[in-house]
Design a protein around this ligand. Structure first.
Ligand SMILES: *[C@@H]1O[C@H](CO)[C@@H](O)[C@H](O)[C@H]1NC(C)=O
Ligand SMILES: *[C@@H]1O[C@H](CO)[C@@H](O)[C@H](O)[C@H]1NC(C)=O
Length: 153
């Protein structure tokens, strides 16, 4: 496993250097979320889950992430605690709360370096909060992909 920190430095340097090319379309790739919980106190909810993906349709590297934990209040993508990858990259999550009794949009972003390019795939799903009930699993299909050519200078 390669370091998340060096990836973050690499990704931010790359993003600063060259704007991303982004496509918004469904990618035939399914990620599995397991052990999902989301518990709300007043307007803020705390999510916790694991997520993994097999090798993608265009040979995108597989990934495994544990401890994707955060709150609906942080307002940005947050890295999962443990990320298992064979390439440089990161797995991040964000929860958009739609109401305690309604549910939330769970968004997962997977970034990685492959063949000298930095890719970012993002997908969402809408789920109910568990609010103390049993954890459950669901899938996420990425619908947004961007690629950045790192500055070689
Ligand atoms: C989720 O990840 C934790 C490690 O943080 C692991 O103990 C647990 O078995 C995982 N659950 C599933 C369903 O994969
Ligand atoms: C995921 O949902 C959030 C909140 O509605 C939205 O801002 C974002 O564009 C969605 N991303 C994708 C890839 O659908």
């Amino acid at each position: 496993m390669l370091s998340k920190l060096s990836t973050l430095i690499l990704l931010s340097a790359a993003v600063a250097a060259v704007p991303a090319r982004t496509v918004e379309q469904t990618i035939p790739w399914t990620w599995d979320v397991s052990q999902f919980t989301s518990t709300c106190t007043a307007a803020t909810c705390r999510y916790d889950f694991n997520v993994s993906g097999a090798i993608g349709p265009d040979g995108q590297p597989s990934f495994n992430a544990y401890g994707c934990i955060g709150t609906s209040a942080h307002g940005e993508y947050k890295g999962c605690s443990t990320v298992g990858l064979d390439v440089l990259g990161n797995v991040l999550a964000q929860e958009f709360n739609s109401g305690r009794d309604i549910g939330a949009i769970i968004s997962v972003q997977y970034t990685f370096l492959q063949d000298g390019l930095v890719y970012a795939y993002t997908g969402n799903n809408t789920v109910a909060h568990t609010n103390g009930g049993e954890p459950f699993g669901f899938t996420i299909v990425p619908t947004k992909a961007s690629v950045v050519i790192p500055d070689k200078a």
